[in-house]
Ligand binder design. Structure first.
Ligand code: C2O
Length: 535
């Protein structure tokens, strides 16, 4: 194992896309940020210098951070922000994980432009997937300027493609391949607020990894990738029927049930075979057919196809029994209007939008929860009373009850070391059903069940897959449905679980697990590094 060192200088830089020039926060002056490459088992040290006029932190999305919670990155959860002019070194090992993950800022909405790929190369000995040359990573993003669910453009590695007004020659991302060869495409959904469909015209994709875990390979014409999720897929450059153009559109478009305005445009990148004639008419490339923007059935079917490899070399250690069961009602709601954003309360009937789990809207503390936990100074910072179920059960996917005002708090669930946890995440329809990509820090979880309607403990639990459920760090709670996850709390620290639609996180769709130390020396959270930022 090696130590790999990177330096992130956070600076403002001028970037032009679609005829608009803006000054944006960047890492090392470039958008996208640097590609971080490690091999499994390596130690990674990223020295961050904050040179912008704003706080910042960085999160290594999907890295398990075993006993290295001080490097996890979510602001006010595992660290105080790195203030302007300050520095902090993230320092952790990557153990037992391989494939595609990514990194992003974890303060306010800064991850809109502060993100990049994190590739974990596998050891030569571990090859359940045919070795294929890599392409990408292809980071799918969205230039959000006008507010939630309204993007200026969807992007491939920061480029919006040829279909927008003012698209220029340099605005299109091109993926070059040799005819007949098979490639491993690494995909990341880095968009702030959009679940995305992904397809390549005239090509079928074989999914082999999700969130840096192997899955039983399966083929699909269209992928669905939620914000935060990553996917590695095989693509063979042998289009059928073969086309003389030998250039094909790669398309991305949003999946959403949000009523109201959203950007339903399709962004295009190009898959270009070597030897293809120079394409002048990028807009007229063969395009893949994508599902309708609100095709929830297609999304659920796709999500249900994931199975972990569960081989002798990569067994799935699925917890068969559970120590503690939780039921979280997840959704949007209304709040009394106390503070106005841009002069309005944004919500219906003079209320303010809020988002909650079990009716609790998460309040960001003013100091780091991990610091408070390490010093056992909880008073005034957090309360250990996050409810295990909604205070008053209701028909989650039917007509919502009248009084749905949320409560506020920095509430956590304390867990003893090695507790086996099951959480049923139930979507609610209080302000319209909408899917929520839930991301758990510090763990991969097994997705043991999913379905539509209200979760029914009597019937649904019996149908769980405890043999080869997929292991992920982010799962979409389906629109008007539920998903059940299991994990073993073997990583001491404080771990946030939140909706990876950034606007929902800022509305409070989050909670945190406080995992206590185990009895052995190697089951304890080490002390904070000396340079950890103070609040
Ligand atoms: Cu990728 Cu807490 O986030």
């Amino acid at each position: 194992a090696r130590t790999r060192r990177y330096t992130f200088n956070v600076t403002m830089a001028t970037v032009t896309r679609l005829c608009v020039t803006k000054s944006i926060p960047t890492v090392n002056g470039r958008f996208l940020g640097p590609k971080v490459v490690v091999r499994e088992g390596d130690r990674l040290v990223v020295q961050v210098h904050n040179n912008i006029n704003n706080n910042v932190t960085f999160h290594w999305h999907g890295v398990r951070q075993l006993r290295s919670g001080w490097s996890d990155g979510p602001s006010y959860i595992t660290q105080c922000p790195i203030r302007p002019g300050q520095s902090y070194a993230y320092d952790f090992r990557i153990v037992g994980q391989r494939g595609t993950l990514w990194w992003h800022a974890h303060f306010s909405w800064l991850r809109a432009t502060l993100y990049g790929p994190l590739l974990i190369l596998r050891r030569a000995a571990s090859l359940p997937v045919p070795q294929a040359p890599h392409r990408g990573p292809l980071m799918l993003g969205a230039a959000d300027r006008r507010g939630p669910n309204v993007s200026d453009a969807y992007t491939f590695n920061g480029l919006p493609g040829p279909t927008y007004n003012c698209s220029g020659a340099s605005d299109t991302f091109k993926l070059r391949v040799q005819p007949g060869k098979t490639y491993l495409l690494r995909l990341v959904n880095a968009a702030l607020n959009d679940e995305l469909f992904f397809a390549v015209a005239n090509h079928t994709l074989t999914v082999v990894q999700a969130d840096a875990s192997y899955v039983k390979p399966f083929t699909a014409d269209t992928l669905v990738i939620s914000p935060g999720q990553t996917m590695d897929v095989l693509l063979t450059a042998a289009a059928s029927p073969s086309s003389p153009a030998a250039a094909f559109a790669i398309a991305v478009a949003p999946y959403t049930n949000t009523v109201g305005t959203f950007d339903n445009t399709t962004a295009i990148a190009v898959l270009e075979y070597d030897g293809a004639p120079q394409q002048s008419a990028l807009r007229s490339l063969p395009r893949p057919a994508l599902p309708l923007y609100n095709d929830t059935g297609a999304v659920a079917n796709f999500s249900a196809r994931f199975r972990s490899l569960a081989s002798a070399q990569y067994p799935a250690h699925v917890p068969r029994t559970v120590d503690r069961r939780f039921f979280f009602a997840v959704g949007l709601g209304a709040d009394q209007c106390q503070s106005r954003v841009n002069g309005t309360c944004q919500g219906p009937n003079g209320t303010r939008f809020a988002a909650s789990m079990n009716n609790v809207s998460f309040t960001m503390p003013r100091t780091s929860l991990l610091q408070a936990h390490y010093q056992r100074r909880y008073s005034g910072v957090l309360t250990a009373n996050f409810p295990a179920a909604p205070p008053v059960p209701f028909n989650y996917t039917g007509t919502p009850p009248n009084n749905t005002f949320v409560t506020h708090g920095t509430r956590v669930v304390p867990l003893n070391f090695n507790t086996t946890v099951e959480v049923v995440l139930q979507d609610t329809s209080i302000l319209g059903a909408e899917s929520h990509p839930l991301h758990l820090h510090g763990y991969d979880f097994f997705v043991v069940g999913q379905g539509f309607g209200n979760y029914d403990a009597n019937n649904d639990t019996a149908k769980y897959n405890l043999v080869d459920p997929v292991q992920r760090n982010t799962i979409s709670v389906p629109t008007a449905g539920w998903v059940a996850i299991r994990f073993v709390a073997d990583n001491p620290g404080v771990w946030i679980m939140h909706c990876h639609l950034d606007v929902h996180l800022s509305w409070g769709l989050a909670m945190a697990w406080l995992v206590n130390d185990g009895p052995l020396p190697n089951q304890k959270l080490p002390p904070p590094p000396s340079d950890v930022p103070r609040c």
